[in-house]
Design a protein around this ligand. Sequence first.
Ligand code: FAD
Length: 381
Amino acid sequence: MSASAPPFSDEHDQLRQSARGFIERELTPHAQRWEDERWFPDEVFPKMAAQGLLGLKYPECYGGQGGDYLHEAVLVEELARTGSGGTAAGIGAHINIATPPIWKFGTEEQKQRYLVPAIRGELIGALGITEPGAGSDVAAISTRAERVDGGWLVNGEKTYITNGVRADFIVTAVKTSAEGGHSGISFLIVDRGEGVTSSKLEKLGWHASDTATIAFEDVFVGEENLLGELDGGFKLIMANFQWERLAMALGAVGAMTVAWERTADFARQRSAFGKPLSRHQAIRHKLADMATSVHTCRCVTYDALRRFVGGEDPLKEVTMAKLLTQRAAFELMDDALQIHGGAGYMHEYWVERAARDARLGPIGGGSDEIMREILGRVLSL
Ligand SMILES: Cc1cc2nc3c(=O)[nH]c(=O)nc-3n(C[C@H](O)[C@H](O)[C@H](O)COP(=O)(O)OP(=O)(O)OC[C@H]3O[C@@H](n4cnc5c(N)ncnc54)[C@H](O)[C@@H]3O)c2cc1C
């Protein structure tokens, strides 16, 4: 199964080869240890930056590579080869959800102060929207920013924030009017400092990433850190959802591809009842179904990507790609685990981790139910 297919060109294939080489050399060999240690080192960011991998889609004037979302798509798919959902998630949060709003909506001064060092891997970013009382219903956030001389005082709590412990800055959704809601939310770039405290959360998968609760207690944020328009934050949330969901679909396609390759190899090598597992019809059919699922997910995702980079607003196609791939990835990992038998349940086998890591997909970045609600609206149901 070649990854090279429209909309990708030879140039993207070259990037794919070099990104894969870097990932398999510098990240994959450490994946198990980082998962066990519940942390991947911050040095991964400058290392990736040195390869140009933190700024693929950003203009050269900010230290980026001057590419576009297709280049980023290649990296997101290849990051699955890390074999640590948590590491891929930490890097992904930085490049796919924390820095894009600054690039799109930031002032020149904000880009110099945050985007440029973020592309160099010197500052690490997080996106803070979810709260204990508001997840799917993002308009219900209650973290509030009160106007004071020269800026705002922020009070409240965010939760399940990727890079929530290590992040130097948090692109944070806050209520800037008493009512909040769709027309009363703004974004502030909050620096880690006085009044900001993080607590790391234990979770089912993505162990190497620092998912955290972040409390803000009388945190002063200067007015120069308002990102985008005052009370215009809901638009900003919506603007990045398409890419975030597309990136999740691409990540799932990457992870499914690797899982299929490894499981097929295992089934060819492992014997039972005098012949390789892959020669037993039930297993062979399962592998055939898995390959079909990978291909279907890739086609649907690449179609959405093609439309996205072509300038369409492919809400329907991106939503379908997110919905299809996240559940399919989880199901494929479960099949892969089953084919591994008892070994699949063991910590030392990659598939045990892959199955746990894949469970987040149907929840994060907008759950399956929310994807169906969006499709219900798009399809006028
Ligand atoms: C590991 C991890 C990393 C994350 N990283 C980040 C991050 O970096 N930044 C960030 O801001 N957030 C992050 N999140 C939060 C994530 O986006 C939310 O968990 C997700 O949006 C769901 O919100 P919730 O957990 O509050 O669930 P809820 O919104 O409380 O939903 C609970 C259940 O009800 C369902 N439901 C809700 N509304 C409806 C409806 N209208 N109709 C039918 N069913 C509905 C949901 O689908 C879900 O099954 C992360 C979460 C996890 C687990």
